[in-house]
Design a protein around this ligand. Structure first.
Ligand SMILES: Nc1nc2c(ncn2[C@@H]2O[C@H](COP(=O)(O)OP(=O)(O)O)[C@@H](O)[C@H]2O)c(=O)[nH]1
Ligand SMILES: [Mg+2]
Length: 391
């Protein structure tokens, strides 16, 4: 990637310079305001510094030739060799000797030092990446993949590059997919099991719980011919009850409203003849620990139930992490990610699945019921990750 700094009195002015020099494909990598002081600080002048870059290995990026089968075999061979080497180089877990007499404090200090050294190592390796890798690393970053995963992937690509002396976008993609596949393949993927009667749908307000329930329920009725019903514990807003009732009406399914645990128990009895019961919950302030406690008291989390945590892709990852942490005392089966139509960054999905070791049931991509929902499978998630690249 070719990079250059531009200075101008306004951002549009800087953009003009960038386009004139680097062309229409240039991307802005960074920008900042610069205040210069003249006459002993009495006159302040504002200007802008813009760092822009353009891909210099564009031909391979725009039209990546699909690797020939022979290349693929070679690529796989090299990837395997690199992975074997990585495993060989990885430090083996320390043998635990209970009698070492090392205090807990010292042990913690050693652990901190170790992690500091590891993070320094990461920074050094990233700084060593050749220019050929940078657009791809930038793509991973735009996808908001965690820095930790970017370094793992980057290091592997770098080793491949050292071995093969060249690398193009489609090779990077293949190696990345292999790596992410390995990280995700142990996690449960796929929608309702249809083996458990109660489906608890949890998550904060407005993420799309009720809409997603309607989509899942419609599939259960139309495709699986199941007899279904609904219980809602979201009694704080009349509109929320009406919304569920509307969907239930379309599917000719009963709705029970549970204001308290007794109501809930009665609703369960009333709907006991059905195949599936969807439980819509209130997304009150999840930050209150009490909310999760109440939920636990109100609804059932036994072996007849499966529970899903709904998160919207429009939420910041930091906030999503807080939400998942808040729900961690509940036996969440899998995630459901909604509103993926409103983002171009899919990395968060991957980050959270790996961080919490949880699979994915569905992702939803629009407001239309019942069509805007996809059942998750590993290859679909991996393809989703590179979808932005094909746009
Ligand atoms: N763009 C988009 N909007 C969605 C999606 N799923 C739900 N919504 C919208 O998000 C808003 C809140 O949905 P709702 O089901 O009421 O959320 P709840 O409070 O969690 O039950 C509604 O306007 C939905 O139409 C989705 O996949 N994409
Ligand atoms: Mg709702």
């Amino acid at each position: 990637m070719k990079m250059k700094k531009y200075y101008a009195s306004s951002i549009p002015e800087a953009m003009k310079q960038v386009r004139a020099e680097l062309g229409e494909d240039a991307v802005i990598l960074n920008s900042k305001v610069i205040i210069t002081k003249k006459f002993f600080g009495m006159i302040k002048k504002k200007s802008f510094e813009v760092v822009a870059g353009v891909d210099t290995i564009e031909p391979t990026l725009v039209a990546p030739a699909p690797p020939a089968t022979k290349d693929n075999a070679r690529l796989q061979e090299l990837t395997n060799a690199i992975q074997a080497k990585i495993h060989q180089d990885q430090p083996q877990p320390d043998a635990v000797n209970e009698d070492t007499g090392i205090s807990e404090e010292l042990r913690k200090e050693i652990a901190d030092l170790k992690s500091l050294m590891q993070s320094m190592h990461k920074k050094t390796t990233q700084a060593q990446y050749p220019d050929e890798l940078l657009p791809f690393i930038e793509y991973l970053r735009q996808q908001e993949l965690s820095e930790e995963l970017i370094t793992t992937i980057g290091d592997e690509l770098f080793m491949y590059f050292k071995e093969a002396s060249e690398i193009n976008f489609s090779q990077c993609k293949l190696i990345t997919k292999n790596l992410l596949r390995k990280k995700l393949e142990g996690l449960p993927m796929g929608g309702l099991s249809y083996e458990r009667k109660y489906i608890n749908v949890l998550g904060p307000t407005g993420v799309g719980k009720t809409t997603t329930i309607a989509k899942m329920a419609a599939r259960a009725v139309l495709e699986k011919k199941k007899k279904i019903g609904f219980i809602t514990t979201d009694t704080y807003r009349i509109a929320a009850i009406e919304q569920l009732k509307t969907y239930a009406g379309l599917l000719q399914a009963p709705v029970e409203i549970a204001y308290n645990a007794t109501d809930f128990e009665q609703a369960i009895q009333k709907l006991s003849h059905l195949d599936l019961v969807f439980i819509d919950t209130a997304g009150r302030n999840y930050k209150e620990v009490k909310y999760v406690d109440d939920l636990q008291r109100l609804i059932k989390f036994d072996d007849q139930a499966e529970s899903y945590l709904v998160l919207a892709m429009t939420t910041k990852e930091k906030d999503m992490v807080n939400i998942v942490d808040q729900f961690k005392q509940l036996p969440i089966e899998k995630f459901i990610f909604t509103k993926i139509d409103e983002t171009n960054s899919i990395g968060t999905m991957v980050n959270l699945m790996i961080k919490y070791n949880k699979g994915l049931a569905y992702y939803t991509n629009g407001q239309e019921v019942p069509e805007d929902i996809e059942e998750a499978d590993l290859e679909a998630v991996l393809n989703l990750f590179f979808q932005g690249e094909e746009k």
